[in-house]
Write a protein that binds this ligand. Structure first.
Ligand SMILES: Nc1ncnc2c1ncn2[C@@H]1O[C@H](COP(=O)(O)OP(=O)(O)O)[C@@H](O)[C@H]1O
Ligand SMILES: N[C@@H](CC(=O)OP(=O)(O)O)C(=O)O
Length: 571
């Protein structure tokens, strides 16, 4: 008799009935997967065909699954080299909140994952939709609403409704999250009672988002026959500093996480579904978070820890774009980036990647692919150690607003060396991070990040203290509401980039207040007034990406109107 399951209401024969799928029995987590319906087969095929993140071998595997005979032998070989005793996992697949906004999206993500049966992924998830923002708002409201009103906080209702509706629509027992929802309500009452929300409590509060999304997702995978196991990152060796809301991953994390995930796989194979964004403070043993958007960092940390072939971060855009699409709707995906370019881009404000997320990937030389879960066919962006830069001029334009600019002119009380060292030790003492620096012998201009990785406002009191310290050795001029426009690209073409950028800015009557070319050789930063920044970015984007002057074709044959061939400066 034919075994069958139902998937989306469609009767599905089991894989075991189809001889061509026999290779899947070597993938224990898939051994009980229902063979998808025709439409699901088609979805798998489409996802595979369009998705350049797979090499040929995977495409062949999917074709084998769908009907090709001759691929079987090759697949068996591939399975041998990826046997569970050697390398249980092949990649990390990280899905952000935008990919997990509803039950419908969760179904699609599950389909996306099984559409690559050749992969043995570690899945990393953020909180569903806007849950993190809602948790933070709920916490703020709890501080002043009074204990008796804490249960009525609007954002708590949104969170409850979203998660309960999702489990209902996915056909999952609500018990997977009910204890968390109850505890969340108790926590908000506690905050209301204390009338205080410390950074430590804030981290604990937001952790409910990832803890619930991963439980729902793992339960859903198990329900439709893909064996999965949920993990809270703080329980599997993600050890961090105790900098609540912006913790750093400590080295011990890599071996611990690898051991736990590998050991569990060996004793009972199942796809790990890990909470992004969370860790455990090494001293406090309390839940910490890695800064907003920190699930990207969780993903690359796992990638390095397990030495995986690739880390995929699935977003709601077709990859890293030439500009923030909310400023330039015509922004285009950038096909290739180096780790340095991606790190610079993220640090200077492109929300698409967490600023620290490239570090483990670069250290472990694990390629990172940014893909669109709403459009898996789009090739996305591949981030690697090196890439062909011969035709690359400008890669992306990034805007960071609300920055403070500081001009510091020495009173010559100290020598040049003493002056610079005193200035920087002042920032260190006050825990203020500096972004862009330009210096001469006796003066220094620099920008201060208003929020270290979006978590900490630089408040007036701190600025006053800093001025007071610096005025002991220098004349200080503090200018607020400035913006950094970062031109990420090939600094070997810096003269060309600057010529074009300044032409655009002069045409738009914008005065640049400071300019700096980072040592990384991938970034030129321009400081302008906040009020002019978006206009500048639009004009620059138009000039560099929406007109043909600097296209790679033109660069190949010479710059501009038939002028001499453009050669990079040798460095
Ligand atoms: N240069 C850029 N390239 C791509 N996306 C960008 C860029 N700058 C800003 N973004 C924004 O980043 C968003 C994706 O990042 P994020 O919201 O963190 O995704 P997720 O929650 O899925 O991890 C996009 O929706 C886009 O609006
Ligand atoms: N949920 C956390 C962590 C995260 O990485 O989210 P996302 O992947 O949706 O940017 C946040 O909103 O910051």
């Amino acid at each position: 008799m034919e075994a069958s399951l139902h998937f989306h209401g469609v009767r599905i024969p089991c894989y075991s009935r189809t001889p061509r799928l026999s290779h899947l029995s070597s993938k224990p987590w898939l051994s009980s997967v229902a063979s998808p319906s025709r439409s699901f087969h088609a979805a798998m095929e489409n996802a595979c065909k369009g998705c350049s993140l797979r090499g040929n071998s995977e495409k062949k595997t999917i074709e084998a699954v769908l009907g090709g005979e001759e691929e079987e032998e090759e697949e068996e070989n591939a399975t041998e080299s990826h046997g569970s005793d050697v390398a249980p996992f092949t990649c990390v697949m990280k899905f952000g909140g935008s990919s997990l906004a509803s039950a419908e999206r969760i179904r699609e993500i599950a389909q996306l994952i099984v559409s690559f049966p050749d992969e043995k992924p570690v899945v990393v998830l953020s909180a569903m939709g806007k849950t993190t923002n809602n948790l933070l708002l709920a916490g703020e409201k709890a501080v002043s609403c009074g204990v008796s009103n804490a249960s009525e906080i609007e954002e708590l209702s949104f969170i409850k409704q979203l998660h309960l509706r999702t489990v209902r629509e996915l056909g999952i027992d609500s018990s997977v999250i009910s204890a968390h929802l109850e505890e969340l309500e108790q926590l908000l009452k506690g905050i209301a009672m204390m009338k205080e929300l410390t950074l430590r409590t804030r981290d604990y509060l937001v952790s409910f988002g990832e803890c619930m999304s991963t439980r729902i997702f793992a339960a859903y995978l198990n329900n439709f026959g893909v064996k999965a196991r949920q993990y809270d990152a703080f329980d599997i060796g993600f050890i961090t500093t105790d900098d609540f809301t912006n913790a750093d991953i400590l080295e011990g994390t890599y071996p611990s996480v690898a051991k736990r995930l590998n050991d569990d796989w060996i004793s009972d194979p199942a796809i790990p579904v890990v909470t992004g964004f969370l860790g455990k403070g090494s001293k406090s043993c309390a839940v910490t978070t890695l800064g907003r958007g920190g699930s990207d960092l969780t993903a690359t940390t796992i990638g390095k820890s397990l030495g995986l072939r690739e880390v995929q971060v699935w977003k709601d855009v077709d990859g890293v774009l030439t500009c923030d699409p909310s400023i330039c709707p015509d922004a285009e995906p950038v096909p290739y980036l180096t780790f340095d370019e991606a790190a610079e881009l993220a640090y200077f404000g492109a929300q698409v990647l967490h600023p620290q997320s490239m570090r483990p990937a670069r250290d472990g030389e694990i390629p990172v692919r940014v893909k669109n879960s709403y459009n898996p066919k789009a090739p996305g962006t591949l981030i690697t150690k090196t890439r062909d830069m011969s035709k690359a001029v400008l890669t992306s334009i990034v805007l960071k607003q609300n920055v403070t600019l500081l001009d510091i002119v020495s009173t010559r009380m100290l020598g040049q060396v003493g002056f610079l060292s005193k200035v920087f030790s002042t920032f260190e003492d006050l825990g203020i991070s500096v972004d862009v620096v330009a210096t001469s012998e006796v003066s220094l201009s620099l920008t201060l990040d208003p929020s270290k990785f979006w978590s900490r406002e630089l408040i007036q009191q701190e600025l006053d203290k800093m001025e007071e310290e610096l005025e002991k050795i220098a004349f200080v001029n503090l200018l607020q509401r400035r913006s950094i426009i970062s031109l990420i690209g090939n600094v070997q073409y810096s003269s060309l980039i600057l010529e074009k950028a300044f032409h655009v800015l002069r045409t738009n009557q914008v005065n640049v207040q400071m300019i700096s070319q980072g040592a990384s050789k991938v970034n030129i930063s321009l400081i302008v007034n906040d009020s002019e920044a978006e206009k500048c970015v639009k004009a620059l984007h138009h000039a560099f990406f929406e007109s043909d002057d600097l296209s790679e074709v033109v660069l190949e044959s010479g710059f501009g109107n038939g002028s001499a061939a453009l050669l990079p400066i040798e460095t």
